[in-house]
Design a protein around this ligand. Structure first.
Ligand code: ATP
Length: 434
């Protein structure tokens, strides 16, 4: 069987500890994934890069971390309680459930050729109960997007921080959708993480600010090292837009399974603040004290997925290169994202003085640079392992190091090696990594 690029990536993720099947020892829970030691570092680095660019480096955006469980009234006002559904058809024979949009002209069950029910709406929100009594009055939902937490805190932000328009709120957190057809590894799952910005502005500035955000978000992926040819913008046609939306552009990535959405940037007009004002009885308006005007700001929403971005970055970074020894697999992650920056390796693991010195160098570096120590294989094997997880530099301690106090530093991408004095090592690597 030919191994596809996706097969190779899924297998590398498992073999090296990036992403594992959820509940695997029980046969797995379909479409759930657990991030392992390298996966969590990569994901955290990605979230940190987003937070830094969108919150810490800007004066106009404030961070939040809202609850996943919200008052059921929120989902009535937002429209999710009644409009957040996909159409599904069930097979009368094998009982499998299909998303109607995926069936197109198919009239029989794709699995067993049984007859299909009419397409029926299926709400994508996960339901649960709050408190010990499972009755309708206690039913709540797991949030299907992080956005609503930011809309409902609009007044708290105005009263506590007094921001002037335009300003934004930003949040990273888990969301849940009972997708009918999850799949393609971590691309579509029922539990996932989002990175969302709600950017409030004057209605007359909304078109311009929307365009600026589309450009800004596209460039963010480029700056993370995603190849330009694998990224594109796709503007939604009028009939694709939600009834309240004035415009929407998706940033798409060329995944091995086709071009698919990484992030959507939408001009939501004043729909959200109006709806929550009507439903809650609280006026979610902005007062412009110079113009003495009170109005509902428009909202521009760049909404991206953490898991989808991590997947795109893994696909983009995956390289196979012909080398003397055969094929080298290397993850060319950029320096901000690489889970491990430096690995310290002893050339001979049966020489205690070499092992001891390598461990000492590693613990010295750890305080300022994410470093690992590894002596569990031959040097060739150790290099291969570090290449596969995208480690930027390998530092090797050999017999000569004991005499000349120099180590070999190997660059992941060029594989060039340089001898560096141990005293200078921290500064040398520090410069390379900033
Ligand atoms: P799709 O059309 O792929 O279902 P969507 O347009 O419904 O996505 P949005 O509601 O715009 O998605 O959500 C914003 C972002 O959240 C998406 O661009 C994506 O990165 C992420 N996302 C949404 N649903 C999922 C999911 N089921 N699994 C993983 N990420 C998701």
């Amino acid at each position: 069987m030919v191994e596809t690029l996706m097969d190779k990536i899924v297998s590398l993720c498992k073999r090296r500890g990036f992403i594992f099947q959820g509940s695997e020892i029980y046969g797995g829970l379909a479409n759930t994934w657990d991030y392992g030691p390298y996966g969590v570092e990569l994901k955290n680095n990605l979230k940190r890069a987003w937070w830094k660019a969108n919150v810490q480096e800007r004066d106009d955006i404030l961070g939040m971390d809202c609850a996943i469980l919200m008052h059921p009234g929120v989902w009535e006002a937002s429209g999710h309680a009644h409009n957040f559904f996909d159409l599904k058809s069930d097979c009368r024979n094998c009982k499998k459930r299909f998303k109607s949009a995926n069936l197109k002209d198919i009239t029989k069950c794709p699995e067993c050729a049984g007859s299909l029910t009419e397409a029926r709406p299926f709400n994508l929100m996960f339901k649960t109960y709050q408190g010990p009594v499972e009755e309708a009055g206690n039913q709540i939902y797991l949030r299907p997007e992080t956005a609503q937490g930011m809309f409902v805190n609009f007044l708290n932000i105005l009263d506590s921080r007094h921001p002037k328009l335009p300003f934004g709120l930003a949040q990273i957190g888990k969301s849940f959708r009972n997708e009918i057809t999850p799949g393609n590894f971590t691309f579509r799952t029922r539990e996932f993480e989002q990175m969302e910005i709600e950017y409030f502005c004057r209605p007359e500035d909304a078109d311009r600010i929307y365009e600026e955000w589309v450009g800004e978000r596209f460039n963010w992926y480029l700056n993370l090292g995603v190849k330009k040819e694998n990224l594109r913008k796709r503007e939604h046609a009028k009939d694709e837009l939600a009834h309240y939306a004035k415009g929407c552009t998706d940033i798409e990535y060329n995944f091995p399974f086709g071009w698919n959405e990484l992030e959507g940037i939408a001009n939501r007009a004043d729909f959200d603040l109006r709806q929550h004002s009507k439903s809650s009885g609280k006026e979610l308006v902005y007062f412009d004290d110079q113009k003495k005007e009170r109005f509902f700001p428009y909202i521009i929403e760049p909404s991206g997925g953490v898991d989808r971005s991590v997947l795109a970055i893994l696909v983009d970074a995956y390289h196979e290169e012909k080398v003397k020894e055969g094929t080298r697999v290397v993850l060319k992650l950029n320096k901000e994202l690489s889970p491990i920056k430096v690995a310290v390796l002893p050339l001979l693991r049966n020489r205690p003085e070499i092992v001891e010195l390598a461990k000492k160098i590693s613990s010295g570096l750890k305080k300022s640079i994410v470093t690992v120590y590894d002596d569990t294989g031959s040097i060739g094997k150790l290099y291969r392992r570090q290449d596969e997880v995208g480690t930027l530099y390998c530092v090797t301690v050999d017999v000569q190091t004991l005499e000349d106090k120099q180590v070999t530093v190997r660059d992941r991408d060029t594989m060039l090696q340089e001898r560096i004095n141990i005293e200078r090592l921290k500064d040398y690597l520090g410069e390379k990594l900033t």
